[in-house]
Every structure is written in C-alpha cells, then in structure tokens.
Write a protein that binds this ligand. Sequence first.
Ligand code: 5GP
Ligand code: ZN
Length: 117
Amino acid sequence: MDENCIFCKIINKEIPSTMVYEDEYVCAFKDLNPVAPVHVLVIPKIHIQDLEHVNEENSIYVSKVQEAFKKVSEIMGVNETGYRVICNCGEDGGQEVKHLHYHLIGGKKLGAKIIHD
Ligand code: 5GP
Ligand code: ZN
C-alpha cells in the first residue's frame, strides 16, 4: 500500500466511497465525476502504479480484476446492455491517479471510440 495514494486510502476505508463490489483482491466504487449513468472504477487491492508495473508477482490481482468486470456489470445492471472498459496508462494515456484502475462505463449508448489518435 502507498500511504500517499488516494485509491489505497479508499481500499483502506480511510476516505469514503460508494463501494459497489469488493472481494479479497478487488474493489469497485463509483467514480466521483461520472461521464455516464454507470461509471465505476475497478481496482486491484494492491498498489500497482499502472499497466507498466504489472508483473508475475502481482498479476493475480489483475486477473481478479478481469474476473470482476462481469460481476460489477451485473450489479450495475449493464451486463445485457453492454459497457466499455478503459484503462489510462501514463502521461500520454491521461492517467491522473497513479494506482492501476479500470473505468467501467455504461448505462447509455456511448460515443466515439478513441483508438486511432
Ligand atoms: P484517470 O484519469 O486517472 O484514468 O481517472 C481517475 C478517475 O478517478 C477520474 O475519473 C476521477 O473522477 C476519479 N477520482 C479521483 N479522485 C477520486 C476519489 O477520491 N473518489 C472517487 N470515487 N473517484 C475519484
Ligand atoms: Zn494505491
């Protein structure tokens, strides 16, 4: 855990959040500034800075995050309508919080996919 990390503090319940799912490896809570009716952040319960810092030792947590998406989508009621998962990495990726997190966004027809530039 990183004592200066806001998401580690959310994991430790040192700062409040609206938690929608939690298990031994993962937690998921509503984004403070949602961009769609459903906007949940799914994070590993271990401080990993970003995708560049995933390794053999911590990848079990990332694997558990992958398994959690369908649980969160069901809880949030978007498992049948669909959703998008976004992970920003580093400076050019626009990552603001330096604790690996995945945005699960849905609840409406989403706009353009930014995959080209
Ligand atoms: P990034 O730009 O790093 O991919 O996304 C960071 C996200 O974290 C943003 O969407 C922002 O709204 C959200 N966020 C930042 N601080 C907090 C917080 O204290 N609580 C919650 N629930 N979300 C936060
Ligand atoms: Zn952290």
